[in-house]
Design a protein around this ligand. Structure first.
Ligand code: SF4
Length: 234
């Protein structure tokens, strides 16, 4: 079933240590007054301008096969393909923080206020990731409400552009999900607008299905190694 998900701005909890950590700043670092001002202003701008929204659409494994195949450019061996085939439930999703916030980031950079632009971009990127985590948590609650045994399941998000799923996969995903309804569009380079949007598939199943060894050839150039942290938290 396809449905629009309502999020409130306060649903996105901003974790200062994680946001600063994403900039390479350790928690115990002593920060200047000027830095604190820029950080505080970015948080206030985020609260004022964010308009979070989401859309999800349940899909069968055979239906997702076609979406995942996309333009035929995925890596021949990749973790997403192995995981989705073992899933108990799949849902396409897209979430966004809205156009106004993304436009403000661009405006700050364009005006030469790089420090404020970088900080708001950093806060927004963190928040967009948290919004996709919220979509996953909502799905987990929904599945558990229908079938209590599924409380043991873990729901994780996977997106085109990562882990061997080619970015061009966005095209098919958009054709099926149609997130234009909540204001997310795709350009010819498969980039989403607003920029602070995340799309992909939510994969639900036992924690074990999400476990794998990150030894694919493309892992050598992966900067985040985010799968390691995700598997640790299963
Ligand atoms: S190391 Fe990076 S590319 Fe490889 S599976 Fe993990 S997150 Fe994906």
């Amino acid at each position: 079933m396809r449905s629009v998900v309502d999020f409130a701005p306060e649903d996105v909890i901003l974790d200062r240590a994680a946001i600063l950590g994403s900039q390479g700043i350790p928690e115990e670092a002593e920060l200047t007054e000027n830095f604190e001002r820029i950080y505080g202003e970015a948080i206030e701008l985020f609260k004022e301008l964010t308009e979070p929204a989401g859309i999800i659409c349940g899909i069968s494994i055979s239906g997702f096969e076609e979406v995942f195949r996309g333009e035929g450019l995925n890596e021949p061996s990749n973790p997403v393909e192995d995981i989705y085939r073992k899933s108990g439930y799949l849902s396409l999703f897209a979430v966004t923080l809205g156009a106004v916030l993304s436009e403000k980031v661009t405006e700050l950079f364009d005006s030469g206020d790089y420090a404020s632009g970088y900080m708001l971009d950093s806060v927004s990127s963190y928040a967009a990731d948290k919004l996709s985590d919220l979509a996953a948590r909502n799905l987990q609650l929904e599945l558990t409400a229908k079938e209590p045994a599924e409380s043991q399941w873990r729901v994780l998000s996977y997106s085109p552009g990562y882990c061997g799923w080619n970015m061009s996969g966005q095209k098919k995903l958009f054709e099926v999900l149609r997130p234009q309804e909540i204001g997310i569009t795709l350009n010819e380079s498969y980039l989403m607008s607003p920029i602070k949007s995340v799309s992909g598939v939510l994969i639900a199943g036992s924690g074990k299905i999400h476990e794998f060894v990150s030894s694919y050839h493309f892992c050598d150039t992966c900067r985040t190694k985010s799968c390691i942290e995700r598997m640790r938290n299963l």
